[in-house]
Design a protein around this ligand. Structure first.
Ligand code: AMP
Length: 282
């Protein structure tokens, strides 16, 4: 397992692999890797001869009031996780390597990014689409792996790859949770002990919503009301959104008459956490 800092070096290594006829998987991450990331690396290692894990806290996807500076970083931890789970390279560029002076090209998207997290994080998906496009151009993988934890991101990337004819298979992987249900996230490290307990309202309300869908509830507002009430019972929780959307277009739907995504963002203290379920996984 090798840590690579430059675009030229990644390209050189991937070119050598290609000469040998090897397939390549890419797992884009912002580092501080946990079992959620590990599951993507394993999925890639299972289905590709080589796996590149990008480890880059992308400044472009953070808004001015967000946690770019405090976002946790630990390259030694990441190296251990990547080698333990079958990754071959960590691509860990400096921001100046990814965004040279005068950088002025962006990949942007309408519609899908105008709902859910896109509403409260207006620059986020432009940053995500731009950096993922760059990573696709640098690594040129056969397949790229994304977690369903960031469900809107997965839908946006699928849509971008389709719109822009990127010849890369986009694979969505299940949400990995702590034993008590909380979705694993690098941002969970921000939570105090009390907040960590309070954060369980996210997964609890996801399980509540899943149960209602399983029992045949089709009215979005009934499901959203029940989930919202559960979250609001926790004094440390403040809801950004709880919504049900079409799983491809990300537009809100009032009835579950097609594959849907039920997604939420909730502040626990100052920490913004997300969780969700796809009705097709219920
Ligand atoms: P991040 O480092 O948070 O940008 O995440 C990198 C990738 O890991 C994204 O595709 C995430 O959706 C995925 N990921 C993060 N947490 C989880 C989780 N708990 N389960 C599955 N995938 C995850």
């Amino acid at each position: 397992m090798k840590i690579v800092k430059t675009i030229d070096e990644v390209r050189k290594i991937v070119r050598e692999w290609r000469k040998q006829g090897l397939s390549v998987g890419l797992v884009p991450t912002m580092g501080y890797l946990h079992e959620g990331h590990a599951s993507l690396i394993e999925a890639s290692a299972r289905n590709n001869d080589r796996t590149v894990v990008s480890d880059f806290v992308n400044p472009m996807q953070f808004g001015p009031a967000e946690d770019l500076e405090s976002y946790p970083r630990d390259l030694d931890l990441d190296a251990a996780v990547v080698s333990a789970h079958g990754g071959d390279i960590i691509f860990n560029p400096e921001p100046s390597e990814m965004y040279h002076e005068g950088f002025s090209s962006f990949v942007d998207m309408t519609v899908l990014t105008e709902e859910l997290c896109g509403l409260s994080r207006p620059v986020h998906f432009r940053g995500v689409c731009t950096v993922v496009s760059k990573l696709f151009n640098i690594v040129k993988p056969d397949r790229a792996y994304f977690g369903k934890k960031d469900a809107q991101q997965l839908a946006v990337i699928r849509h971008m790859a389709d719109d822009l004819n990127m010849d890369i298979e986009i694979i969505g992987c299940p949400i990995i949770r702590e034993k008590d249900g909380l979705a694993k996230s690098s941002r969970n490290t921000y939570l105090s002990d009390t907040e960590r307990k309070a954060a369980l309202v996210l997964s609890e309300s996801v399980f509540l919503g899943m149960d209602m869908v399983r029992k045949g509830e089709k009215d979005s507002s009934v499901i959203i009301s029940a989930m919202t009430a559960h979250i609001q019972a926790e004094p440390l929780a403040k809801i950004d959104y709880v919504k049900i959307v079409d799983c491809k277009s990300m537009q809100q739907i009032t009835r579950l008459d097609r594959p849907a995504l039920c997604a939420m963002a909730v502040y626990i203290g100052k920490t913004r956490l997300i969780d969700n379920f796809f009705t097709e996984d219920v």
